[in-house]
Design a protein around this ligand. Structure first.
Ligand code: DI6
Ligand code: FE
Length: 413
């Protein structure tokens, strides 16, 4: 490790405990009674406070953490927070016995949100996304991935991605927009999935790449989404345009989407309740991350558990995210996801925290800059009024966040 000279330090946290998350999901990488210094938006030094080098106390802004815990800023690596309307009516239908798939097949589901999103102006979409992002930000989220996928034509997919990019002007959060044109079949392409995929590959992806509106492409590979062949065509087009890929796979059935994604070196495969051991091994060999989405599992009352033990056995990193969306996970709480990963999937609290820090970063291709407290990484730091890191997974509903720092600047105090 090279430490930058103390003369460059701008800010210094003292009297803090650090959950560095530099040990993957094995431990918190804890440093108790620590300190952490920042220079040029990056972490410049961290360690035991007793080892703190001498610094110029006139030039460095000192923050006294009073025994609180610092973690990396939290990362929500899978969300759909931009959409028009809402689907409380479908929630009621499901409570009367209809399944998510039945509602989708009857013209509800994703395509009903598509109609509302197409009808919404850019201003409307921005206004409705802001409180959702604000809720996550207030809980310590410093990086979020936001998908398109409710426009399903060129103009409306680009509109959604513009809104995702506009949110950057309203929040200090790092926003990673992802193009999810292949989310569902729009009604004008009913019975012509291949025709719609032509549009995605030949028009939408080239424009998204050219306008720089997203750097990653996602596909919903599922029996109610797109088949393997269609998914592969999207991957090929994305790669041709220099875009990274990820996939919604094995959420409702095992089509083999994760194995296909591994062949194309995808960043992650997300949901994965129905993932087979073969899929797990393919993901491991391709250095992919499994993104586990407890909110959708809970809200859809899914009973098929993701293969957590197999993912552990083959050491596939597991991220956790909200999947915040109007249909399967209308949940804007990263803290609830930490709790649900533990209660529903038997994550350890350290695995859960890794899921929204180091492995969330990895799922977004940001592991060299974010997700850990380590020298040289971005100074995105959450400060918590807790007595041990497991408290972050143990309770929800009371927000223990007391300060948030993004890129070395305090944004919540
Ligand atoms: N899987 C999901 O859980 C969301 N999208 C997807 O591909 C659901 C989106 C919705 O129902 O609106
Ligand atoms: Fe999703």
């Amino acid at each position: 490790m090279t430490f930058s000279p103390t003369t460059h330090w701008q800010t210094l946290w003292i009297n803090v405990h650090l959950a560095t998350m530099t040990d993957g999901s094995n431990s918190y990488g804890a440093i108790e009674n620590g300190a952490l210094a920042i220079a040029d938006d990056k972490i410049a030094w961290l360690g035991k406070q007793s080892d703190l080098p001498t610094y110029d106390s006139e030039k460095v802004q000192v923050i006294d953490g009073q025994g609180q815990w610092l973690t990396p800023g939290l990362i929500d690596c899978h969300s759909h927070i931009i959409y028009g309307g809402q689907r409380a009516n479908e929630f009621e239908m499901r409570l009367q016995g209809k399944s998510y798939q039945e509602i989708a097949q009857a013209g509800g589901g994703i395509v009903s949100t598509v109609a509302a999103t197409r009808a919404a102006s850019e201003q409307d979409l921005l206004a409705s996304a802001k409180p959702r992002l604000n809720a996550l930000y207030r809980q310590g989220v410093t990086t979020i991935e936001i998908k398109s996928g409710y426009g399903l034509d060129c103009a409306n997919e680009l509109k959604m991605l513009r809104v995702a990019n506009e949110l950057k002007a309203h929040f200090p959060v790092t926003i990673k927009p992802t193009f999810l044109g292949a989310h569902a079949l729009p009604t004008e392409f009913k019975d012509d999935g291949d025709g719609y995929i032509d549009l995605v590959c030949q028009q939408m992806i080239p424009q998204v790449a050219e306008l720089g509106l997203a750097d990653t492409v996602d596909v919903f590979c599922e029996n109610i989404g797109f088949n393997l062949e269609q998914t592969e065509r999207v991957f090929v087009a994305a790669k041709e345009h220099g875009l990274a890929i990820k996939v919604h796979a094995e959420q409702l059935s095992d089509l083999g989407g994760s194995v296909l994604a591994a062949k194309y070196q995808a960043l992650s495969s997300d949901h994965v309740e129905y993932l087979s051991e073969q899929g797990v091994i393919a993901m491991k060999n391709a250095n992919m991350t499994a993104v586990i989405l407890p909110g959708a599992f809970y809200f859809l009352r899914e009973t098929q558990l993701p293969p957590i033990d197999l993912l552990r056995k083959h050491q596939v990193p597991m991220a956790i995210a909200t999947d915040a969306n109007p249909g399967s996970s209308p949940i804007h709480s990263i803290q609830l996801m930490l709790n649900m990963a533990c209660t529903l999937f038997r994550f350890t609290p350290a695995e859960a925290l890794a899921g929204v820090t180091c492995f969330g970063a990895k799922a977004l291709g940001l592991a060299s800059n974010k997700g850990q407290l380590a020298v040289g990484l971005d100074a995105d730091i959450a400060c918590w009024q807790i007595s041990q890191p497991a408290e972050l997974s143990y309770q929800f509903g009371v927000n223990p966040l007391t300060k948030l720092m993004i890129g070395g600047k305090i944004t919540i105090n």
